[in-house]
Each structure stands twice: as structure tokens, then as C-alpha cells.
Design a protein around this ligand. Structure first.
Ligand code: UDP
Ligand code: 7WV
Length: 460
């Protein structure tokens, strides 16, 4: 048997994401970057998730903690509030158990990179005298908004519209995070996003999945408040800088893509002829909205690839499936990065989750923004008005994006002058994203600095 050499001088980082796809993907990817720079990294996530995923990669070890709902995860909880409370109690305890287990194994943890949705992780860091880095999986602009509300600078969050926030454009009510524009919706999540700042000043570093040129002004402003570093976008290396060998996908498959047919189908389509449609891993559309998206897609006359999770499937009109067999493919999950990188894809109709937004831009694909909740409306505002990489579908008086609007916006992006302009801007942002993570780029330098700081703290 080969003898494993334990090199205790290699610092060991434990990465702890909130257990949702949009948080695990970027934090796991960041962990891989750390490994590529000579750090040991372990991802800790809930037992419910570790039991249901396969990891095809062993550069980052996966370990379990518990949110107190081991057999069903969040869906088992009676409410968001109950989930978050139990997660805090059981999570803190099982996180400490895991750290003790690592100690005993001869690979003690030096630093925890934690998701600020779980601020109790920083309490564990302090209690055990470790180092702690907060890792935000949302945009800097969004953090600035939440930060101002948390600070009480904006007693009435809707006042954001009148009191400009440093580095941000003026925002309309429909551009605000949904927790403010729809008051009373998800009070426990609102509390969670504001609580991210409750102990942030005690974190050793604040890492953000964005890059300097994407949010220059707000990044500059924020650097004056926290020891922060932009480290994104965290796409697997192969899609941007190609520095890290063999890294070509998000390795944790919570949902396995149906089969290979979607890539083969794309191979048969002409360049830029397909609209890729996805609302991410969480958003649930109302029945009427689902029907409008379906008929708008058909009306656009484009080829399409539409991700409809199993839990959403019933809402797709059965007539639509029959009538569009020649035009498109429905999937329950896609290899999204490969799809976006495919030459046949001409636009991305997206809910504007932060990862999807970064991925679309990083792969140079123009966007049709159809935001649903949380940070998505704010991201959509930037997509259309700040970065110029897409158009935002407008909602009607019922708050619904109509089929005519879906059709119009897809055509706008897929055809003509406007489409060309968006494509040019998207290509520009792709180059800037690549530059940021490439050797010597702003994010790469920040990651190097972070790694150097962890090493020096360990030697001190
Ligand atoms: N994703 C995927 N296949 C799909 C849909 C989404 O791999 O069919 C990935 C996508 O690439 C992204 C993540 O799931 O990395 C979704 O994160 P995002 O922040 O866009 O949205 P959320 O799911 O958190 O709403
Ligand atoms: C999961 C649960 C709640 C929220 C999010 C993800 C997010 O917006 O990232 Br508020």
C-alpha cells in the first residue's frame, strides 16, 4: 500500500456553503482554486446532501455536518425560521465535531471559509481560535444594499430609491431585492440576509464572487469597510483561463443531467440559433407565468432548450410539448456551462440568479432577464442598464411577463441590431472575466494574497 505523507505545513481550509446549489457551486469551485495553489481544502455540507451527491473529483474532500434534517433537508422543515434555527444549533455542534475529527486525523483545520448566510460558523471560528473568511455568493451591489439596511441607514428599505447608495445607480422599486419590493414575503430569509453583517467585522477576510471591473465603484467603496477581496467569477477553469488542469464542470451533481442528448441535439443546430431557458434550482413559477413562458417561446420561433425541474413539470401545457417537438427540448437539469459554451446557443433566458448571470456573461452569451425573487431583480437591472448584456422582460399589471413580451424580448436578442450590440458587450465582459481570473489578473492576485496570508498566519 502506498504510504500517505501527511504534510502538516500545508494549511487546511474548510469551506462551508449554505446548502443550496447557487452557494455550493461557487464555493466548491473556489476550494478547487485553493487546492491548485497548494492549499488543502475540504468542503463541509449537510448529511442530506452528501448522501445524495456523487463527487467525481477528489481534489477537494467532502465531509458532512448536519442541519438537523438528515433525511429530507430543507423540505422536511416546518418553516424557513424553524429550518434556520435548527441548522444553527445542530450545525454549530456538528461543525465542531467535524473540526475535532480533522484534528485527530492529523489534518487540523486552520481556516474556515464560511457562507455569511450562516453567521454562527464565525462564532465557531472564534471559539476554536481559527481564522475565518466570509464568502459572499451574491453581487457587491446587493451586499451594499443589505448592508445599508442592516446599518439602519435606511429605516424604510424602500427609501433606497431616494437615498443613493455609494457606487450604485438609482434603483426603481422593481430593481430592489424582492424582500423589500414585496414586503412581508419571506421574513425569515430577510432576517437572514441582514444578519450576514451581524458579526462580519470579526472576520479575517471578506471574499466576494465578483470581479473588480464588473463592479468597480461599489468594490472601491466596500474596500474601505472590510478586508475584502474579489475572487470571481468562480467558473471552472476550463471555461475561462484554462489554468487548472482537468477542471471542466461543477463536480457535485445534485441532479444528474438527463442524458447526453442535449449536447448532441445542440450539435445539430446552427450557430446562435438556440435560446437556452432556465430559472435555476429554486424558483417556482406560477401556473400562468409558466404558460406565458411556454407560448412566448413557441411564438419566438427560435429553437430552444428549456430546463424544467421535475417539481415544475406539471405546469407546462401538454399541447405546448406536442406542438414544439421539432423546435425544442425540455430537460430536468442541464450541464449549464457546457450548454452556454456551445456555439449553437444564441441567448440565455434566465432568472438572473447570480451564478447564472456570471456564467452567461463569462461565456459571452446575451441574456433575456426574467427575474423571480431574492437578488434576481437587482441583477436584472445591472444586466440591462449597467453592463448592457441583455434585455429585461417587463411585467404587466398582474406582475406577469406575458407571452408577447417573452416573444418580443427573445426576438430582440436573437435578431437584428440590438442583438448584435448585446453580443458585442457580452464578448467584452467575457474577456474581462477571463482577464480577472487569468494569471496576474485582479481575482487571481487576490486569491494568491489570500493563500499567502493563510500560510503566513500558520507560520506565525
Ligand atoms: N445549473 C445547472 N443546470 C441547470 C440549471 C442550473 O447546472 O439546469 C447551475 C448553474 O450553472 C448555476 C446554478 O445551477 O451554477 C444555479 O445558481 P444560480 O445562482 O444561477 O441560481 P439559483 O439556483 O441559486 O436560483
Ligand atoms: C437559498 C435560500 C434563500 C436565499 C437564497 C438561497 C439566495 O438568494 O441565495 Br435568499
Amino acid at each position: 500500500m502506498e504510504k500517505k505523507v501527511i504534510d502538516s505545513r500545508v494549511p487546511h481550509v474548510l469551506v462551508l456553503p449554505y446548502p443550496a446549489r447557487g452557494h455550493i457551486n461557487p464555493m466548491l469551485q473556489f476550494a478547487k482554486r485553493l487546492v491548485s495553489k497548494g492549499i488543502k481544502a475540504t468542503l463541509a455540507t449537510t448529511l442530506f446532501i452528501t448522501n445524495s451527491v456523487q463527487s467525481e473529483d477528489n481534489s477537494v474532500a467532502i465531509e458532512s455536518i448536519s442541519d438537523g434534517y438528515d433525511t429530507g433537508g430543507f423540505t422536511e422543515a416546518e418553516s424557513v425560521k424553524a429550518y434556520l434555527e435548527r441548522f444553527k444549533t445542530v450545525g454549530s455542534k456538528t461543525l465542531i465535531d467535524l473540526i475535532e475529527k480533522m484534528d485527530a486525523s492529523g489534518h487540523p483545520i486552520n481556516c474556515i471559509v464560511y457562507d455569511p448566510f450562516l453567521p454562527w460558523a464565525l462564532e465557531v471560528v472564534k471559539k476554536l481560535h481559527l481564522h475565518g473568511a466570509a464568502f459572499f455568493t451574491q453581487s457587491c451591489a446587493l451586499l451594499a444594499i443589505y448592508y445599508h439596511v442592516h446599518k439602519g441607514k435606511l429605516n424604510d428599505p424602500l427609501a433606497i430609491m431616494n437615498v443613493p447608495i455609494p457606487g450604485l445607480p438609482l434603483l426603481d422599486v422593481l430593481d430592489l431585492p424582492s424582500f423589500f419590493s414585496v414586503p412581508g414575503s419571506y421574513p425569515a430569509y430577510l432576517e437572514m440576509v441582514l444578519n450576514q453583517f451581524s458579526n462580519l467585522e470579526t472576520a479575517d477576510w471578506v471574499l466576494i464572487n465578483t470581479f473588480d471591473k464588473l463592479e468597480t465603484e461599489v468594490v472601491n467603496w466596500m474596500e474601505g469597510i472590510w478586508p475584502m477581496k474579489t475572487i470571481g467569477p468562480t467558473l471552472p477553469s476550463m471555461f475561462l483561463d484554462k489554468l487548472v488542469k482537468g477542471e471542466n464542470a461543477y463536480e457535485l451533481n445534485l441532479w444528474k443531467p438527463n442524458d447526453g442528448t442535449c449536447m448532441e441535439w445542440l450539435d445539430t443546430r446552427a450557430i446562435g440559433s438556440v435560446v437556452y431557458v432556465s430559472f435555476g434550482s429554486m424558483a417556482s413559477l406560477g401556473l400562468e407565468q409558466m404558460e406565458e413562458v411556454a407560448w412566448g417561446l413557441k411564438g419566438s420561433n427560435s429553437y430552444f432548450l428549456w430546463v424544467v425541474r421535475d417539481s415544475e413539470k406539471e405546469k407546462v401545457p401538454s399541447k405546448f410539448v406536442e406542438e414544439t417537438r421539432e423546435k425544442g427540448l425540455l430537460l430536468n437539469w442541464s450541464p449549464q456551462l457546457e450548454v452556454l459554451a456551445h456555439r449553437a446557443v444564441g441567448s440565455f433566458l434566465t432568472h438572473c440568479g447570480w451564478n447564472s448571470t456570471l456564467e452567461g456573461m463569462s461565456l459571452g452569451v446575451p441574456l433575456v432577464a426574467v427575474p423571480q425573487w431574492t437578488d434576481q431583480p437587482t441583477n436584472a437591472k445591472y444586466v440591462e442598464e449597467v453592463w448592457g448584456v441583455g434585455v429585461r422582460a417587463k411585467v404587466n399589471e398582474k406582475g406577469i411577463v406575458s407571452r408577447e413580451e417573452v416573444e418580443l424580448r427573445i426576438k430582440e436578442v436573437m435578431e437584428g441590431e440590438k442583438g448584435e450590440e448585446l453580443k458585442r458587450n457580452a464578448s467584452k465582459w467575457r474577456e474581462l472575466a477571463k482577464e480577472a481570473v487569468d494569471e496576474g489578473g485582479s481575482s487571481d492576485k487576490n486569491i494568491e494574497e489570500f493563500v499567502a496570508a493563510i500560510r503566513s498566519k500558520e507560520c506565525a
